[in-house]
Every structure is written in C-alpha cells, then in structure tokens.
Design a binder for this molecule. Structure first.
Ligand code: TRP
Ligand code: SF4
Length: 375
C-alpha cells in the first residue's frame, strides 16, 4: 500500500486547534504529541475499514476500550454530530460517516446528531433552517453513505431534552479559566455549544454506563478533552466511562488548501453532486503533485503525497486497493503524466463514486419518513 506522508513540515510554536476556526493542520505527529493522543493501530480492530487501512484515521484516545468491547461483544456506543452550517455536506465528511458505519457494523449502538443548536449559536443558522437541511440533505446523505437507518438513532440537539439537561449539569464542572485554556476563548456562543456537545457525547450513558467512540476530525479534540474532564468529575453523581475518540485527517480543498470551499474558482466537492458533467473541470483544475516539465516527470515521477487528485482517490473514490496501487505506481514511475492519470483514474473513479452516491441519495430521500428520529 502506498504510504501517505503529506502534511509534513514542522513549525515552531503551539498548535491551537479551534473547533470554530480555520487553523491549518499540517503536522499530525505533532498533534499526537501535543494532545497526548494514541496512534491509531489497525491491528487492534477486526476487519479494518478503508479509512483505517489507508492511514486516514491517524490517532485517538482510549481506543482499546472500544476494540475490546467489539471483540468481547460488550455494550458500547458510537456517536458523532455534524453542524448543518451549509446546505450540503462536503466530501471530507464521508470519512467520519464511514467510521461510524464501521462501528455500527461491529455492534455499536449508533447515534448521529444534527448540531442545530451549535449552528444557531455559532453560525446564525435558524433551528428551522437547520432542520430543513438535516431532512433534505444531511440525513439522506448519511444513509446513502451506508448507515443503516434502522439501527441509527438520529436526533436534533434542539429536540433532545436529555442532552440539554445533562449539559446544564456538566457546566458546573468546569471553571472559566479551564474553559479558556481548552478553547482559547470564553465567547458565550462557544460556551453554550461546547456544553451541549458534552451533553451529546455523554447522554447515551445515562441509561447504562458503557464505553463510547466518537469519530471526529481533529478540530473537535478540545470538545473531547473537556468531555473527558467533565466525565471524570461527575463520578459521584452518575458514573460515566470517559469517551474514546478516533481522529481522521482532513481532506484538502481542490486547490490544496486545508479548508474546503474557500476557492470558488476551483469549485468544491459536495455530496450529492448535481452536476456530474462538471467533475472533469474540477479535477482538471485541482492541485497535483506533477513536476514542472514533462521530461522531469517522466524521469523522476510525480509526487502523489502532494497531489489532491491522489488524495481524493485514496480517501474517497477508489475503493479497491489494486486500482489505487496502479495509480500510485503509474505516478511515481513517471509512466503517467498528470493529464493521463486524471483521465485514467481521477475522472472515471470520481464519476462512478458520485453516480453511485446520487442514486442512493435519491432512494434515501424518498424514505426519509421512515427514519428513526428521536423526539
Ligand atoms: N461540533 C461538531 C461540528 O462542528 C458537531 C457536534 C455536536 C458533535 N455534538 C457533537 C460532534 C458530538 C461529535 C460529537 O460539526
Ligand atoms: Fe497526481 Fe496523477 Fe499527477 Fe501523480 S500523475 S501527481 S497522482 S495527477
């Protein structure tokens, strides 16, 4: 398997990871050290998924509690949430959903929440609009990506009273200075959303104390940290397992920057893709790891670690390891120039990915009335 080692380049100074900001994450090894995380170890997990095998999941916390629960078939849960901050979901979110699917398929009780309170507080998205986006786009997207709607408990933060009640209890457990140290700010909207998120992460344990895995991007690490602090301190009242987490790498934007959707000229990849015929254009404009001249590329090969087309194929479009290896070999050997490589791999695999997805999405949308929605 090609080893991915993009995002190198250590810089001095501390990384401040702000869940509502746009900090660039460039060095995952450093994050592991600074946050005191574990490396993600595929060997611990039965039938590792693509995200595990290809190193997209790079770190976590208390992972053994979950792999043990899977192997010993003990009760555990998996929970994540996504803000309805825009209408559609960007492609990178597929990684989180695939991780949720993995844990669901391996026996976790599964929760997927729509962070409508957080989107209202931090982005000004009304609860009504958040709900519309959830029903029309977000939830059908999760189902189309493979979550089993019969086995997933979906809810909106605003409709889950247990979550907000628990948030109020948890808010007692952290001081202003501690909050500032974790988040770098005590902005009221952030304080509110953060405690609601603690409520989200812990409420499945109100019925039964059990380990839980929270698949998220590394930007969510501050929330996990605060939740673990709170859970430790709640011991007297109700016992909680400290939540486990698995962190995935970011999918870069098409232009190679770390935040999706910044460069409108290049375009963005979202689910669903209504305009499949525009994929050629998007992929042709994407940043590659090609060399300055044709001669140089034939001689030295391209640099897949720097190539967004390769990254998208690896993280999303090419499921079969054989196809991905071929693309990699064709690149590093200089056999394929970027144009040939995109025509052979990037474009056809992307088209297939989105065509399959779109079909499943339409199907899921039709069945939205049957969704198991918690009130
Ligand atoms: N904060 C997350 C986001 O920005 C959404 C979220 C809310 C969440 N509650 C959660 C994520 C609980 C994981 C677990 O999208
Ligand atoms: Fe990327 Fe393909 Fe060019 Fe290699 S040959 S840099 S994988 S587009």
């Amino acid at each position: 398997m090609p080893k991915k080692s993009a995002n190198k380049g250590a810089k001095e100074g501390k990384v401040l990871v702000d869940p509502w900001g746009s900090s660039l994450i460039e060095d995952y090894e450093r994050l592991i050290k600074e946050f005191g995380l574990e490396h993600f170890d595929n060997n611990e997990f039965p039938e590792p998924n693509l995200q595990m095998r290809r190193g997209i999941n790079f770190g976590g916390q208390d992972l053994k509690a979950i792999s043990d629960a899977i192997k010993q078939k003990k009760p555990h849960y998996c929970l994540t949430g996504i803000m309805p901050s825009s209408e559609k979901i960007h492609l990178g979110t597929e990684t989180v959903v695939q991780n949720v699917k993995y844990f669901q398929d391996h026996g976790a009780k599964t929760f997927l929440l729509v962070a409508d309170l957080e989107a209202q507080a931090t982005r000004g998205v009304s609860l009504e609009e958040g709900k519309r986006r959830a029903l029309e786009f977000h939830i059908p997207t999760y189902v189309a990506l493979g979550l089993d709607p019969k086995k997933t408990i979906f809810y909106l933060q605003s409709e889950n009273k247990k979550v907000s009640n628990l948030a109020a209890v948890c808010a007692q457990k952290i001081t202003e200075n501690e909050f500032r140290a974790i988040y770098g700010s005590v902005h009221p909207a952030k304080v509110m959303s953060a405690f609601i998120q603690v409520g989200d992460i812990l409420w499945p344990q109100l019925g039964e104390e059990m380990p839980g895995i929270i698949p998220v991007g590394i930007d969510q690490a501050p929330h996990i940290r605060m939740t673990r602090d709170v859970a430790r301190r709640l011991k007297g009242e109700h016992k909680f397992f400290l939540p486990s987490a698995v962190y995935n790498k970011y999918t870069s934007a098409l232009d190679g920057s770390f935040k999706m959707s910044k460069n409108e000229a290049v375009g963005k990849m979202e689910l669903p893709e209504e305009n499949i015929s525009s994929l050629d254009k998007k992929i042709n404009k994407a940043l590659t790891g090609g060399r300055a001249t044709m001669e140089e590329q034939r001689k030295k090969g391209g640099i897949p670690e720097k190539c967004v087309v390769f990254e998208y194929c690896k993280n999303h479009f090419i499921r079969d390891d054989k196809g991905l290896n071929e693309m990699f070999e064709g690149c590093v050997s200089g056999k394929n120039l970027c144009g040939e490589c995109k025509a052979k791999y990037g474009i056809p695999y992307a088209k297939k990915f989105f065509e399959d997805f779109n079909k499943k999405f339409e199907e899921a949308k039709k069945n939205i009335g049957k969704i198991n929605f918690l009130k």
